[in-house]
Design a protein around this ligand. Structure first.
Ligand code: NDP
Length: 461
């Protein structure tokens, strides 16, 4: 049977474009449908513009430090959202064009419209045209979920932040995950009066507890009005902006509310139920390790599968898919050790592998935990402390986890992730000669365990 395409990809984000481009590079005839801009969440309304906003928001901190280093007139001055946004838009246009060019240059075809699956080998576009494909790849990503409270339409989601015409003077961020912590940091740094309301007692659930405490404290130290154990229940517009009522605390008036209350797989209206593609409890496409669904011709990668929702994971899944199907190099991604970083400031929180809470449940783990004031900010009079933590298996000596709270922790964890992924032992770390004076040298100079978790504390865990 002949098909219009060897592969049809739904979604032009990080995972979809990588799979499409590599498959086309192997000689496959590839079509791709994208209803919005090429590049998807990460490039257009996520990681990339977010990181640029982090850089923008850190200027006052650098100016303050410069003064402590003797630069008497150092000042960041006034921030112009217009000036920044103009440059941001230009950069996003450039990246979108690069994504488009990268795929088209290897012979791929982009359909700038929404697609849905109408059969195991057939997709239908919004204009009614239909294409057959030997394989279909769903890479539709995720969408923010709202908490379902009264008046929530008055709030924004993270996508909206990059489109704002002006910076709000007073803002409420709701949530305590990656996006909430990063956006509270950014908006505070850019000068907005920022309230962060989180329903738990410390942000970043799932991260190492000590790291969570440090991020929670840092948010308060930089001036975010952090309100814990609190959830908004109603938003109303009145003469003083948006009035927010909480379940447990006084009303607050702000100019903008940003919901960062998680994301769900974007599987709605893709025709998946009609074709019989199996979905999980959160609407995610259920796949095996090869990213294949229960319908053999249909695959899925990235956030739509709700495995590990990070851009580099989606990219690796997409690349592995292409190598397997069209490159004669079968491989799949092992999701067990994936590093990640939360870009708060001045210190980031970055992690790979086992947390100390997991170590307590498991037992047989040594903890090496170093806290210190880094040279650069300490000289400038800051009390900010770095944390470096290694979790080591008592028997095999393998490093099972690493958690860093400090400046550029994202950069540091990327390098620590290499030996840890290779199965390095604590002794491998120890025989590595330090680079002095650096923050990272602490990773190879922690001689004695700070504590041990010998006995498993978690029943069957
Ligand atoms: P997260 O799942 O990280 O956090 C969601 C937060 O919202 C949690 O604090 C959660 O609380 C809270 N929450 C959920 N539902 C409600 C509710 N009904 N009312 C109040 N609070 C609620 O999601 P994010 O939106 O922050 O990020 C989405 C995804 O994007 C993540 O999977 C992350 O991997 C990715 N991302 C990665 C980044 C990076 O790598 N630096 C940056 C930004 C995003 P609780 O913990 O109590 O459940």
């Amino acid at each position: 049977m002949s098909f219009d395409y060897d592969l049809f990809v739904i979604g032009g984000g990080s995972g979809g474009v990588r799979a499409a481009r590599i498959s086309a590079g192997y000689g496959a005839k590839v079509g791709l449908a994208e209803e919005s801009r090429m590049g998807g969440t990460c490039v257009i309304r996520g990681c990339v513009p977010k990181k640029l906003m982090i850089f923008a928001s850190s200027a006052p901190e650098f100016a303050e430090e410069a003064q402590a280093y003797g630069w008497r007139d150092a000042s960041a001055g006034a921030f112009s959202w217009d000036a920044f946004k103009g440059r941001l838009d230009t950069e996003l246009d450039r990246l979108e064009a690069a994504y488009t060019r990268g795929f088209e240059s290897v012979g791929g075809t982009i359909h700038h419209q929404r697609a849905r699956i109408v059969g195991p080998h057939e997709v239908e576009l919004a204009d009614g045209s239909r294409f057959s494909a030997k394989h279909i790849l769903i890479a539709a990503g995720g969408r923010p979920q709202l908490p379902g409270i009264e008046g929530e339409a008055l709030g924004m989601i993270s996508d909206d932040l990059f489109l704002m015409e002006q910076l709000p003077g007073r803002v409420l961020v709701v949530g305590g995950g990656f996006i909430a912590c990063e956006f509270a940091t950014i908006l505070n740094g850019l000068g907005a009066e920022t309230v962060l309301a989180y329903r738990g007692d410390k942000v970043l659930r799932g991260f190492d507890t000590d790291g969570r405490l440090l991020v929670t404290e840092q948010l308060q130290q930089i001036g975010v009005d952090l309100r814990l154990n609190l959830s908004p229940v109603r938003l109303e517009k009145d003469g003083d902006g948006i009035k927010v009522s909480f379940d447990n605390g006084p009303d607050t008036h702000v100019d903008a509310v940003i919901f960062a209350t998680g994301r769900n797989p974007y599987t709605k209206d893709l025709g998946l139920e009609d074709v019989g593609v199996q979905l999980g409890p959160n609407g995610e496409v259920v796949v095996d390790e090869w990213s294949q669904t229960n319908i053999p011709s249909i695959y899925a990668v990235g956030d739509v599968t709700n495995r590990v929702n990070l851009t580099p994971v989606a990219i690796r899944e997409g690349h592995s898919f292409a190598d397997t199907l069209f490159g004669n190099k079968p491989r799949y991604l092992d999701h067990t050790l994936v590093a990640s970083a939360v870009y708060t400031r001045p210190h980031e929180m970055a992690s790979i592998g086992m947390t100390e809470d997991e170590a307590i449940l498991r037992g047989g783990v040594e903890v090496y935990d170093a806290r210190f004031r880094p040279m650069r900010s300490a000289f400038a009079g800051s009390d900010a402390r770095v944390m470096m933590k290694l979790l080591v298996d008592e028997d095999s000596r393998r490093v099972l986890g690493c958690h860093i709270f400090g400046p550029e922790a994202g950069e540091l964890i990327q390098l620590a992730a290499i030996p840890i992924t290779m199965g390095a032992t604590k002794e491998d770390f120890d025989r590595t000669v330090a680079v002095h004076p650096t923050i990272a040298e602490e990773l190879v100079t922690m001689r004695q365990p700070t504590r041990r978790h010998d006995e498993p504390q978690g029943g069957d865990a």
